[in-house]
Design a protein around this ligand. Sequence first.
Ligand code: BTN
Length: 322
Amino acid sequence: MKEYIQRALLEHSDGYVTGSALCKKFGVTRAAVWKVMEELRAEGWQIEAVSGKGYRLKNETAAALSKVLIEARLEHSMWNRLVVLDKVDSTNTYLKRLAEEEAEEGTAVVALRQTQGRGRRGRNWASNPGGIYLSFLFQPQPAIPLEQVPVMSLAVAMAAYKAILQVANVQTGIKWPNDVIYKGRKLCGILSELCGGVDTGIYCVAGIGVNVEKSVIPEELQEHAVSLEEITGSVLDKNELSAQILKEMEWEYRNLDTCVQRYAEICVTVGKEVSVIGAAEEFKGTAIGVAGSGGLIVRKEDGTETVVSSGEVSVRGIYGYV
Ligand code: BTN
């Protein structure tokens, strides 16, 4: 009933949904309908009740993260199973568990906070309320060739970059391979993981964490991280941003063959002096492009060129975080 009421409110956002129609539809009392409205209000839905008219959604953007509000923006999309959670250990871990059970390509998870958010290189990812934590499951048939897997993670960065431009009108940059940054500070982090085996087949789980509100960034990270609230001065609608990321992600996935070329034009690491820190060696050079594999092409100081793969190294811009 709650989901039906959410949809009814959305569909009639320019008018009223009558209490009597809802009572009739579900064979419940007015008090039962009122209880659902109260629940929605507690979740952040601004619902006006006018006697003789009914209920009306006053301001859609104020609503909390909602499956209905996200799906309302996704028509005919590949995301046929969207799970929206208030709290989860990690959206990537959750999706991996689902995939081991029965989930398939087209499943996505969005959460408002994570208790064990994971970052690259086994680090933690601080995941307080105030961010969006979103993961996708990809299980293409036929499987993506292994050497193409790093391109998937560039595509995820492209999706976040484009969605932020579209919804927040903020021009960010992508630091190779997939940090979305603004003026040298990190706005989104992306973790792509290749998983599976004989039973499940190979699949890829990719997750994005977006710093939406200022409060999401712990004190000690403020020098290196930034939020959309700090950049724009307002708190964005998380449903709209989630939906746009899902849309852009689908587009990028379907256009993976042109991803590297488009990515290379945006990647702020290209053209910069970089310091490559790998397990076996460390060197300085200039990033001169992005290879078809998604690796960074670096011209070393001796003039030789090498392709650096994201799994192996950490690339630090010599001047600052970029
Ligand atoms: C990084 O180290 O920059 C990557 C951070 C990735 C964080 C996202 S939040 C959603 C998804 N779930 C996780 O546990 N991690 C990723």
